[in-house]
Design a protein around this ligand. Structure first.
Ligand SMILES: [Zn+2]
Length: 59
């Protein structure tokens, strides 16, 4: 399986992204230093925005 090394924009860590990752095609088109949002950070962001939505909605 093909893989490439990409850096997460949020945590700054380097990850090996494999061919079956949803962003692989997008990343392979970025000529140098591909960047993406890693699964860990995208989960975190999703949770944070969920929390904000809950806060705005009074129960
Ligand atoms: Zn990250």
């Amino acid at each position: 399986m093909k893989s490439l090394s990409a850096r997460c924009l949020l945590c700054g860590k380097n990850y090996d992204v494999e061919e079956d990752h949803k962003d692989f095609q997008k990343l392979s088109k970025q000529e140098k230093a591909p960047t993406f949002i890693c699964d860990y950070c995208s989960n975190k962001v999703r949770h944070e925005s969920d929390d904000k939505r809950k806060e705005k909605k009074p129960m």
